[in-house]
Design a protein around this ligand. Structure first.
Ligand code: NAD
Length: 260
């Protein structure tokens, strides 16, 4: 279905982005991966995508806090593959503190990586999509794009902003064969969440199992993490032609969290 398309996935050296990179490669897409990490590990991931799935995979080290590097990342993908058909804005970080204790530099970093990077990437990729009259923009927002939790001011603001950005882009591209949607996951067990489990266990003086049950999954009615496979399936569906009428949506995949 997606054979021969190109997918650029930001923040794909870890967690959800890495899982999406594998899923899109398995569906036949050429892939540009991006994100931080150990050089050898990233090269091993890139090579694995090529070998296992028979697609081309390239890596961009672009820092999502730097607009020029983001624009260059898109230009590099277009130069190598001729186009960017599918853009997944996934890179993100988290920081947890009360608003009046929230370090301004952490606020700026979260807004830059979790929100502004999507604007810069969309801005750079859209002209190519418009020229081909086909494109899919998938923004990985969060349940926190729809509802709030205490101590996550920057994250919640950025993710709500991403849902708003999604709607505006969707309206602008609606007649051009392009869609723009946000996926709003509940908790997925990635390194980003594992870090929170350890921090909360230390802060509260309880075990990691208790943090998962009583703190993290307390929000999620299913009491289960959202799986990578479930997220991959939703993203692949949005990228397909049968999702052409899903546009400007914020799709919850959160075990019922935001139904409350
Ligand atoms: P993760 O920490 O496992 O991965 C984050 C990725 O972003 C990594 O590849 C990292 O290198 C990259 N990244 C961070 N800063 C960057 C920068 N400045 N430039 C380029 N890349 C950068 O996290 P994850 O849990 O896989 O999160 C991925 C996305 O999913 C985030 O936007 C996050 O907010 C969102 N999300 C996660 C969950 C969850 O429960 N894990 C839930 C809802 C939404």
């Amino acid at each position: 279905m997606l054979k021969g398309k190109t997918a650029l996935i930001t923040g794909s050296t870890s967690g959800i982005g890495k899982s999406l990179a594998e899923a899109f490669a398995a569906a036949g897409c050429n892939i540009m991966i991006n994100g931080f990490g150990d050089k050898k590990t990233i090269e091993a991931l890139r090579a694995k995508l090529e070998k296992k799935y028979g697609v081309q995979a390239i890596y961009s080290a672009a820092d999502m806090t730097k607009p020029d590097e983001i624009a260059q990342m898109v230009r590099d993908a277009e130069a190598d593959f001729g186009k960017v058909d599918i853009l997944v804005n996934n890179a993100g970080i988290q920081y947890v503190a009360a608003v009046d204790e929230f370090p301004p530099d952490k606020w700026d970093a979260i807004i830059a990586i979790n929100l502004s990077s999507a604007f810069h990437a969309i801005r750079a990729a859209l002209p190519g999509m418009k020229a081909k009259k086909w494109g899919r923009i998938i923004n990985i927002a969060s349940a926190h794009g729809l509802v709030a939790s205490p101590f996550k001011s920057a994250y919640v603001a950025a993710k709500h902003g991403m849902v708003g950005l999604t709607k505006v882009v969707a309206l602008e591209v609606a007649e051009m064969g392009i869609t723009c949607n946000a996926i709003c996951p509940g908790y997925v067990k990635t390194p980003l969440v594992e870090g929170q489990i350890d921090d909360q266990a230390k802060a509260r003086g309880i075990s990691a199992e208790e943090v998962v049950r009583d703190v993290i999954l307390a929000a999620q009615p299913t009491k289960k993490f959202v799986s990578f496979e479930e997220l991959n399936a939703l993203a692949l569906f949005l990228a397909g032609d049968l999702a052409a009428s899903i546009n400007g949506a914020a799709l919850s995949i959160d075990g019922g969290w935001t139904a409350k």
